[in-house]
Design a protein around this ligand. Structure first.
Ligand SMILES: *Cc1c(COP(=O)(O)O)cnc(C)c1O
Length: 395
């Protein structure tokens, strides 16, 4: 008798009733646009920014239309322009090189280690070889590199760091929240991330000039004084006529449902980590499979799970995926020839004309990924782990 898993890897929890009520109230008001405020009113979007700034400890926060928009807006605020090299991880998701390419800039990929973080030795080489001045650091699948060493390398070389925290909202390195090491931190509130507004993004930072530019870029018209977590109006004086409007605002409907969810984030993180631990416990010691080390300085959010099948060939991995799928366990593989769904690899992004990265190729060839939505229980994870373990044993 073989067990089968019957849950869905893509089913999120419902939006909390309190958030639904807040959204209905916004709709009743008719004031969905963030700058459409009654006299004396502070919009839901401005309140979300204030609350998210407090959550991360940042001076300023801007809410935008997507995580990908946040990344491109951050690069624009830094003055990245056509032809410029921007460093980023070889292991990331398509919106990251896409944000770089959207400015006509050139993504230059840095190798990934078998712990799934950026290879800091290769980063140093790439900085020296390209003279790049900006790193878009993607904390892909929630794995945080040694941020102290990374910042020492980048500060020493005059490289500005933008953090892609799509998978690390609520995570930290040595007690510093993810998104607070670099000059700007970017987050996504798209359905599969840690808060769910369908689409959405957030940018945090302490630098008044950069954040004023980001606010103007996002499409503030001349209404930036309706923000509460933006720099003071004087910070906009020299910029307001010089900064193009590249509209990408958040609206009050999304902000209203995010505010309620943000209050629950610590509880969600604790629940995710119970799922992660159940997976890890269930797979520990399985022959042929390598788990990912999580350093002591990292406090992570276990919203997804990865493991490696080192040196397995492609037919064997394909057979394992099919055997797991037949038992209801959907594994994603970063080694496939062709991109599938959300899963693609640096050498699929042909527009960026990437150099071959042999170490990353070796890691990605055996990299398996699965989502842990909060609709799963730790018992579900134990069952999934048992199925994977049995099938790895047979493959
Ligand atoms: C989801 C994601 C983003 C941004 O996503 P949007 O879909 O534009 O909100 C950026 N980086 C990574 C690694 C992601 O997974």
């Amino acid at each position: 008798m073989t067990d089968r898993f019957t849950g869905s890897f893509t089913q999120q929890e419902p939006i909390p009733e309190e958030a639904i009520a807040a959204a209905v109230q916004v709709m009743r008001s008719g004031r969905l646009h963030r700058y459409n405020t009654a006299p004396g009113e502070v919009s839901e979007t401005a309140l979300l920014e204030q609350e998210f700034a407090a959550f991360t400890g940042a001076r300023y926060c801007l809410a935008v239309s997507s995580g990908g928009y946040a990344l491109a807006c951050a690069l624009r605020a830094l003055g990245v322009g056509p032809g410029q090299a921007v460093l980023t991880n070889a292991f990331t998701l398509a919106p990251v090189p896409g944000a770089i390419a959207s400015l006509g800039a050139r993504p230059v990929f840095v190798e990934v280690t078998q712990d799934l973080v950026i290879d800091l030795d290769h980063l140093e080489t790439r900085i020296a070889d390209t003279g790049a001045r900006v790193l878009m650091l993607s904390h892909m699948r929630g794995h945080v590199c040694d941020m102290d060493r990374l910042m020492a390398i980048c500060d020493g070389a005059g490289v500005q760091v933008v953090e892609d925290c799509a998978h690390t909202m609520g995570a930290a390195w040595a007690g510093v929240p993810s998104g607070r090491h670099g000059v700007l931190g970017c987050y996504s509130t798209q359905t599969y991330k840690h808060l769910n507004s369908g689409e959405g993004g957030l940018i945090v930072g302490d630098d008044p000039e950069l954040m004023a530019r980001a606010v103007l870029l996002s499409g503030s018209y001349m209404l930036y004084d309706r923000h509460v977590a933006a720099p003071p109006p004087a910070a906009f004086d020299g910029l307001r006529l010089q900064t193009p409007n590249v509209s990408g605002r958040m609206d009050n409907l999304r902000a209203a449902i995010l505010r309620v969810q943000l209050r629950d984030l610590p509880d969600r993180i604790a629940r995710w980590n119970l799922l992660y631990i159940a997976m890890e416990d269930g797979l520990r010691g399985a022959p042929g499979l390598r788990l990912i080390d999580r350093p002591g300085a990292e406090s992570f959010v276990g919203s997804s799970f990865q493991f490696l099948l080192p040196d397995w060939d492609a037919p064997r991995i394909t057979a394992l995926l099919a055997a797991c799928a037949a038992r209801g366990v959907e594994l994603k593989w970063f080694g496939a020839d062709q991109p599938a769904g959300f899963t693609s690899r640096y050498d699929h992004w042909a527009y960026a004309d990437p150099d071959p990265l042999p170490r990353s190729d070796r890691v990605l060839a055996g990299l398996i990924d699965l989502r842990l939505p909060l609709t799963f229980t730790p018992q579900d994870c134990a069952l999934i782990a048992r199925i994977v373990r049995e099938e790895v044993g047979h493959a």
